[in-house]
Write a protein that binds this ligand. Structure first.
Ligand code: NAD
Length: 517
C-alpha cells in the first residue's frame, strides 16, 4: 500500500494481482452525496423494476463465473472450489431470492390492536428504504458477504456505499463493475476501496445505517463512532463456534463435518468450527477418523483444482494461529497432526491442525483463532456439553450432532448462539432465506432472510381512526366521572376481555356524548 493506492497480492504467491485507489475522506463524502442524490428515484421504482437490474447483474456474474471465482481465489488464497461453492453459489442464489421475495417480505402489514380495533381504529406497518447504507466488509468472504448485503439494500430501495477490506479490493470493484454493466443508475452502488481510515470516513459521512462485518475490536470502534451521529449499526463479528458430537451421532459423517467445518476457507470463516466437544464413549474413534480425514487433505495454490485447503489470506492472521497453538502446546495440548507452517515458503500456509488434551484455560479455546485448527475436548453428559459450549464470550453459530433429532433440538435450544444447527455446520450463511447474526461478542442485528431485509428499512406505523367525529374518551375535560371511568378501564379494559369492558359501556357513552359547557 502507498499513499494513494492499495496493491492487491495473491497471498499464496506474493505476486501483485492489481491495484485499487485508497479513497480519501473527501472522496468518501462525495460518494455518499452521489448516493444520496440517486436514491430517491431508485426508491420510487417498483420491486419488479429494481429486480430487473439485479437479475441482469446476476446474469452477468454467472456469465463471468470462472473469471470471478479465479479472482476470489487469487485475492484470498482459497480454493477455486470454495470460491464457487461458498461465494458464487450463495450470491447468485441470494440475488434470485431477494428479487423474487422482497416485495412480499416488505408488504405492508396489518396489526391486530385488540379492543382499539372495535373503536374504529386500525394500524399498519409500512416499510420504507432507509436511504444510504454503508457496508464495511472483511476479507474472508469478499464476494458473498458484501454482495448479499448490496442486493438486499438495493431491493429495499436504498443506495449503497461499500468499503471492502483493504486485502480484497479487486473483488469489490468487480461487484461494482457488474452492477454498472447491468444498468444500475450511477450513484446507487459506490465502491470506496481503502483501509480502516476509509471505513471511519464512511461513518463520518453520515450514512443512514452501517452494516459492519469484521472483528470484535473494530466492531466496537465502529459502534462507538456511529453513536456520535446516532447512526444505527448491524455488527456481524467473530465467533468461537462449538460443535457437540453426541454418542449416538453418525460418527463418520460428524468427523467429515468437523474437518470441513474447521478447515474450509483455511478456517477463516466467522462460523468455523473452533471448538469440538465429543462424548467420551466415542471420542477415540471420532478423533481417529478426524485425524485420518485431515491427513488426507491436500494443501496448495487455490487455483489448483485438486487442492482442498489453500493459503491463509494474511500473515497477521497466521501469526495469531501460531500463537494460539504454541500457547496450547505449552499448557499441555497434544498436536495429532499439523501444528506448523505449510511446506510452501511463498504463501501464508498453515497446515490443518488437530489438537487434543485442550481445556478452557487455553487461548485456543477462548479467543477467535480464525485459522485451520481443530481442538477437540471430551464430555460425559449433555449438561456438561451445554455448559462447555456456552462458556464463551462469543455466540455466532453452534452445532449438535446426533441421530436423535428431539435430543438435538433440546440441546440446540439451550445453546446461546444466533444459529444452532443439528447435523450441519457453517453453511446457513449461504441460505438466503434464513437470518444470520450472533449474540454476545458476536454482535447484534441480522443479515439475510426477512430479519436481514428489515434491517435495511425503516418500519413506519400508520394508525387510522375512522370515527373522526368523536373525541377520545381520555381527552380533556376531567371530572369525578372521568376518574371513575378511567379506574374502570384500568380494571376491565386492560384484561383484553370485551365482556368485562362492556360493563363500562354506559359510562363510556355518557362521556362521549356529554354536552359540553
Ligand atoms: P477487521 O475488523 O480488521 O476489518 C473489517 C473491515 O473494517 C475492513 O474493511 C477494515 O478496513 C474496516 N475497518 C478497520 N478499521 C476501521 C475503523 N476504525 N472504522 C471503520 N472501518 C474500519 O476484520 P477482518 O480481519 O477484515 O475480518 C475478520 C473478522 O471478521 C473475523 O473476526 C471474523 O470472525 C469476522 N467475520 C464475521 C462475520 C459474521 O458474519 N459474523 C463474517 C465474516 C467475518
Amino acid at each position: 500500500m502507498n499513499d494513494r493506492e492499495i496493491i492487491s497480492r495473491d497471498p499464496a504467491t506474493g505476486k501483485e494481482i492489481g491495484r485499487a485507489p485508497l479513497s480519501s475522506p473527501e472522496e468518501v463524502r462525495q460518494a455518499v452525496a452521489r448516493a444520496r442524490q440517486a436514491q430517491p428515484a431508485w426508491a420510487k421504482l417498483s420491486f419488479r423494476e429494481r429486480g430487473r437490474v439485479v437479475l441482469e447483474a446476476r446474469r452477468l456474474m454467472l456469465g463471468a463465473r470462472d473469471e470471478v471465482a479465479l479472482l476470489v481465489s487469487q485475492e484470498t488464497g482459497k480454493p477455486i472450489a470454495e470460491a464457487l461453492s461458498m461465494e458464487l453459489v450463495p450470491t447468485l442464489d441470494s440475488m434470485h431470492y431477494f428479487v423474487r421475495a422482497s416485495e412480499s417480505l416488505l408488504r405492508p402489514q396489518k396489526i391486530d390492536i385488540g379492543q382499539y380495533g372495535l373503536m374504529g381504529r386500525s394500524s399498519r406497518l409500512v416499510f420504507e428504504p432507509l436511504g444510504v447504507i454503508g457496508i464495511i466488509s472483511p476479507w474472508n468472504f469478499p464476494l458473498a458477504t458484501p454482495a448479499d448485503e448490496v442486493v438486499m439494500a438495493l431491493m429495499a430501495g436504498n443506495a449503497v456505499v461499500l468499503k471492502p477490506s483493504e486485502l480484497t479490493p479487486l473483488i469489490a470493484l468487480k461487484i461494482g463493475e457488474i452492477f454498472t454493466r447491468a444498468g444500475l443508475p450511477a450513484g446507487l452502488l459506490e465502491i470506496m476501496t481503502g483501509d480502516g481510515s476509509t471505513g471511519a470516513a464512511l461513518i463520518d459521512a453520515r450514512v443512514d445505517k452501517i452494516m459492519f462485518t469484521g472483528s470484535v475490536a473494530t466492531g466496537k470502534r465502529v459502534a462507538e463512532a456511529a453513536a456520535k451521529y446516532l447512526t444505527p449499526v448491524v455488527l456481524e463479528l467473530g465467533g468461537k463456534d462449538p460443535m457437540i458430537v453426541l454418542e449416538d451421532a453418525n460418527i463418520e459423517n460428524a468427523a467429515r463435518g468437523a474437518v470441513w467445518g474447521a478447515f474450509a476457507n483455511a478456517g477463516q470463516a466467522c462460523a468455523s468450527v473452533e471448538r469440538c466437544y465429543v462424548q467420551e464413549t466415542i471420542a477415540s474413534k471420532f478423533v481417529d477418523l478426524v485425524v485420518r480425514e485431515t491427513r488426507a487433505l491436500k494443501q496448495g495454490l487455490g487455483t489448483d483444482q485438486a487442492i482442498d485447503v489453500g493459503s491463509m489470506t494474511n500473515e497477521r492472521q497466521r501469526k495469531i494461529v501460531e500463537e494460539h497453538v504454541s500457547d496450547a502446546v505449552q499448557r499441555g495440548a497434544t498436536v495429532l497432526t499439523g501444528g506448523r507452517r505449510g511446506a510452501n515458503p511463498e504463501g501464508f500456509f498453515y497446515e490443518p491442525t488437530v489438537l487434543t488434551d485442550v481445556d478452557h484455560g487455553m487461548t485456543i479455546m477462548r479467543d477467535e483463532t480464525f485459522g485451520p485448527v481443530l481442538p477437540v475436548m471430551t464430555f460425559k453428559t449433555d449438561d456438561q456439553a451445554v455448559t462447555l459450549a456456552n462458556d464463551s464470550a462469543f455466540g455466532l453459530t453452534a452445532s449438535v450432532w446426533t441421530r436423535n433429532i428431539a435430543r438435538g433440538r433440546r440441546i440446540a435450544e439451550r445453546i446461546a448462539a444466533g444459529t444452532v444447527m443439528v447435523n450441519e455446520v457453517v453453511y446457513t450463511h449461504g441460505i438466503a432465506q434464513t437470518p444470520w447474526g450472533g449474540v454476545k461478542d458476536s454482535g447484534y442485528g441480522r443479515t439475510h432472510g426477512r430479519l436481514g431485509l428489515l434491517e435495511l428499512v425503516t418500519t413506519k406505523h400508520i394508525h387510522i381512526n375512522r370515527i373522526s367525529f368523536l373525541p377520545d374518551l381520555w381527552w380533556f375535560r376531567y371530572d369525578p366521572s372521568a376518574t371513575k371511568l378511567f379506574g374502570g378501564l384500568a380494571t376491565h379494559f386492560t384484561t383484553g376481555s370485551l365482556t368485562k369492558t362492556a360493563r363500562l359501556l354506559p359510562q363510556m357513552m355518557r362521556r362521549l356524548f356529554r354536552s359540553r359547557p
